[in-house]
Write a protein that binds this ligand. Sequence first.
Ligand code: ZN
Length: 427
Amino acid sequence: MLKPRSYILWLWSLLSLLNAKAQDIDYAKQCIKTLCSDDFAGRGYINEGDKKAAAFIKDEFAAHKLIPLGNQYYQGFGFPVVIYPDRVFLNIDNYELTPGEDFIINPGCPAISGNYKVLRLDSAMVDNSLEFKKWTKKNLKGTFLIVDEIKGKKLIHQERLTAILNNEIKARGLIYDNQENLVWGVAINFESYPILHIKKGILPRLVLKLKLTVDASRIPHSTQNVIGMIKGSVQPDSFIFITAHYDHLGMMGKEAMFPGANDNASGVAMLLDLARHYSQQPPEMSIVFIAFAAEEAGLIGSYYYTENPLLPLSKISLVVNLDLMATGDKGLTAVNGLIHPELFSLLQLSNTRGNYLPDIAARGKAMNSDHFHFTENNVPALFFYLRGEYHHYHDVGDKANAITLSKYNEAFKLMRDFINSRMKLEF
Ligand SMILES: [Zn+2]
């Protein structure tokens, strides 16, 4: 039997062992819930959403005792962005549509307010040259044209629509009807005319008039990347970067909020969980954690970082970029896996050894997340996303309570093992 003193020591070491557990899904869930809360307003450009998210991440970095880089964890920068801070209102034949649920405006939609005529087109009216000539002779001023894309029927002569909107005929705007998904985004410039997207099954065949109000402005926006570091115990001057963008789309008017649970509160949660893990298990190389801003506006935060690096880019052994980490039942994809076969083999090995995820796929180069500008600077960078049955992307339904994190633990351990084996390869 243990002596009382050794018993206390044993209990203490057991407790610290429990405390230093590999991953913490409850912590990740809490982070996601916070990042997706109403208060954070879709981590965009309304109600200081991205600023609040940055402050939350900064506080977590500080709690995990990360060394601050930049100005107290912040690397500030600015860019222009189009925002919809007030009214986004659409009424069709006296039926009021719900923003985000029934319709969205195109990102970059200019401000507009008024009553308009509506003309529903079919593809023959556009693609048949004779018919096209006939109806475009009518007065189309102040008319919204509805393009019905039901059953995937696409127009051959899409450019004819653009011509009608831009030339002297000047139809007022365009409506894409019968959309399966309402996928929104961020624009940094206004488009020349309003485009609306309406969910499948909302509009009747015959539509006569609409009332539309959109308040929009283009503003200079200040934001920040959030950056912290854990010093390596063996090779402090070699760096592994773990990155995830924390911004999302913000809000479309006062009602429609885009919470971005999968995209990318899930990636930020895993980044914070890895920061928590490595703060308790000091790594051999230094690990830099960056939560990027303005990814959705065009990879602006990661571009700014690679143009203004706080540490030499040549000292980075690997960038692990996490974006869309909420699923995993169908496995994981590594963008750039095809251009870094040695890293991809190491990833596969880590997965086989731990028996973590059902499938690991490799893709080539793609400009689809924050790894891209590192790749452009010859830094080995992989972008990881999990695959599974989840249908919300850039829509109002990508909520904290809609995601399952079904393979979170496995994906976390895979990232940890992969990073650890990459650090060991340097010796
Ligand atoms: Zn994303």
